[in-house]
Write a protein that binds this ligand. Structure first.
Ligand SMILES: [Zn+2]
Ligand SMILES: [Zn+2]
Length: 104
């Protein structure tokens, strides 16, 4: 089997919402006329800048913590702080140590 980039393209007649370039083909059918579409160049730029923002964000671990009173489902350790509010009957909650062990 040949590996062909056989992505379906749709013929459109649109203008890039950023640089104004004419777009004649899109990999999807635009359904919402109010939604802006961007040309391939602007899309790439947009994705790159978003990645930069995310990595910058990752350097700042300023997550909201919630005061909770639950037992670790793995070792039974009392957990008093969580980065999210546990739902009753939701997923089992694990302490940091157990989470680390699971990931390892
Ligand atoms: Zn553009
Ligand atoms: Zn644990």
């Amino acid at each position: 089997m040949a590996f062909q980039q056989d992505r379906q393209m749709y013929d459109v007649d649109l203008t890039c919402g950023k640089c104004g370039a004419h777009i004649s083909q899109l990999p999807f059918q635009p359904t919402d006329p109010d939604r802006k579409v961007y040309c391939a160049d602007c899309n790439r730029e947009f994705r790159n800048s978003r990645r930069d923002n995310n990595s910058r964000f990752g350097n700042r671990p300023q997550r909201q913590m919630y005061d909770v009173d639950v037992d670790c489902a793995g070792c039974g350790t009392k957990i008093t702080r969580l980065p999210f509010m546990p739902k009753a009957g939701g997923k089992p909650i694990f302490c940091i140590d157990c989470l680390k062990k699971q990931r390892a």
